[in-house]
Design a protein around this ligand. Structure first.
Ligand code: SF4
Ligand code: SF4
Ligand code: SF4
Length: 501
């Protein structure tokens, strides 16, 4: 038997004075870490299988458990860190690509944390959102460049289809298949209650969720899973997924084991067949090709739905966005390199793409410079973690934001980064019925509504503090931002001054 060079990443610490051997942890762990040894009369653990999801910790009735990161170490140095050595051992053992889930964990700059928000003092009064109206409603879609009048001088309504958001936050694409039925239902119900939108991702739309169509964005990705005329017309908008922040430039792969039952039916592919999304759309090799798909989708939906084009934040994102704005698309969604995913090659996720903050600022500036900013709305995604990130994104030029990892955390995700295993102990990234039922859509939607309601309160407080009373007045208002610890190039790209200036 080959030697295993790897040591478990986590240790299960069980307090013997508290453990009553109820075996709840054994039942709760889909990774089969815990088991009861009847000869010894006590619980034992196979720590090598633990992914630190905290399900057993949260459900242990006597608080007998904790999971700690192992302090075992290799003889590492600044170049050959424990992680790098571990990765080499893993690949030398498997011969495979390293797979992981959720967003880039590396310590690269988080620009949101290097940007600070302004507040009014003395010369410009702040506004108290508890006493005065504060508008967080916003509209996404192309805005008219000219005011048209008819022969009688009356203004002609030439507004193209818009998405109306009560809060400037939407739930980003997560497919049925990568997340569970109950997770989708939670998102759909929360979007409806909040007056915003959730996104089908590339897995099609389960027939049970057509009722949430007014709050649904249906996605068309390179695999075209589950795409048909009824699907396109079911949603409020259509999103063409050209790229994703977690894995720019490559396709997706949902293993055949996950293509079962309703997932197979919804995707319109046979049970057990791998769902492979090609890296490119095979009919798109230029902006002209993209334009054809945008117009085809509009034609199929009688020009009643705005079309979103989603791209990953990459080096030449501003030039790409400029082309998309000319393609007839109404909204551009930009996904930064910290964006989450159900499964991605870890090397791609951690080393490809650029931060959303820089991408957003450069796209907004380029579209302004070219005089075409009003042709499209911009949606920023890729690790929006809090209401202050939302405010900063809008001041940098976004019209709204997408969140996904934050939404999953609200549902109970513990960021264990093992969605690709299909054994999510919290019932989110799994199709196993006994795990899916752990997520109650009543509780899930309630927690999502709470999260966004709380963020919306905080957004109003921050707007009021700046002395402005609407999201519209914040859009692209970079004077409200200052940088700390940023160099000249970073400040120039972000289009903000340094704190103290
Ligand atoms: S859930 Fe807690 S009390 Fe029950 S067996 Fe596990 S560690 Fe012991
Ligand atoms: S994988 Fe999760 S449930 Fe299983 S032992 Fe580890 S923390 Fe507990
Ligand atoms: S969704 Fe589930 S599997 Fe994925 S990171 Fe969260 S808890 Fe882990």
């Amino acid at each position: 038997m080959p030697i295993n060079f790897l040591y478990p990443e986590y240790e299960v610490v069980r307090n013997p004075d508290r453990c009553i051997a109820c075996r709840a942890c054994e039942r709760q762990c889909a990774n089969e870490v815990h088991h009861y040894d009847s000869e010894l009369g006590r619980m034992l653990s196979d720590e090598s299988k633990c992914v630190c999801c905290h399900r057993c910790v949260s459900l242990c009735p006597t608080r007998a458990l904790k999971i700690v990161k192992s302090d075992h170490t290799f003889k590492e140095n600044a170049n050959w860190t424990s992680q790098t050595i571990t990765d080499v051992y893993r690949q030398a053992g498997s011969g495979g690509v390293l797979l992981s889930s959720m967003g880039n964990p590396n310590p690269l700059p988080v620009y949101w944390d290097k940007i600070l928000i302004n507040a009014s003092q003395v010369t410009n009064p702040s506004i108290d959102p508890l006493r005065e109206p504060m508008e967080t409603k916003t509209f996404l879609g192309a805005k008219p460049e000219d005011i048209e009048r008819d022969a009688d001088g009356k203004i002609v309504n030439n507004l193209k289809p818009q998405l109306a958001l009560s809060v400037p936050i939407m739930f980003s694409a997560m497919s049925y298949g990568s997340i569970s039925y109950n997770a989708h239902e939670s998102l759909a119900r929360a979007a409806q209650a909040l007056g915003t939108y959730y996104n089908t991702g590339e897995g099609g739309l389960h027939e049970d969720f057509y009722q949430y169509g007014k709050n649904t964005i249906v996605q068309v990705a390179s695999g075209r899973f589950g795409v048909h005329e009824g699907y396109l017309n079911a949603g409020a908008a259509i999103e063409i997924k050209m790229g994703q922040g977690a894995k720019p430039g490559i396709g997706g792969h949902l293993p055949g084991a996950k293509i079962v039952g309703d997932v197979s039916k919804t995707r319109m592919i046979p049970e057990g067949s791998d769902a492979i999304s090609p890296a490119p759309h095979h009919d798109i090799y230029s902006i002209e090709d993209l334009r054809q798909l945008v117009l085809s989708l509009k034609e199929a939906t009688n020009y009643k739905k705005p079309v979103i084009v989603k791209i990953a934040a990459v080096h030449n994102v501003a030039a790409i966005a400029s082309g998309i704005a000319r393609s007839g698309a109404d909204i551009i969604a930009i996904d930064g390199f910290r964006g989450g995913t159900g499964a991605a090659p870890a090397r791609i996720r951690d080393h490809v793409g650029i931060p959303i903050e820089l991408a957003l600022a450069s796209v907004d500036q380029r579209l302004r410079d070219e005089g075409i900013r009003s042709r499209v709305s911009l949606v920023a995604g890729g690790s929006i973690r809090s209401s202050s990130d939302v405010v900063k994104a809008i001041a940098l030029g976004a019209d709204a934001v997408y969140i996904a990892t934050g939404a999953l955390l609200a549902l109970g995700c513990h960021l264990c980064r093992s969605c690709h295993s299909g054994k999510c102990n919290w019932g989110i990234a799994t199709q196993r019925p006994e795990l899916v039922k752990r997520l109650n859509p009543n509780v899930g939607s309630e927690r999502l509504i709470n999260l966004i309601t709380a963020w919306n309160h905080e957004i109003k407080e921050m707007l009021g503090g700046m002395g402005i009373n609407s999201i519209e007045a914040l859009k692209g208002n970079r004077l409200m931002l200052r940088g700390v610890g940023l160099n000249e190039t970073e400040l120039r790209i972000l289009g903000i001054k340094h704190a103290g200036e």
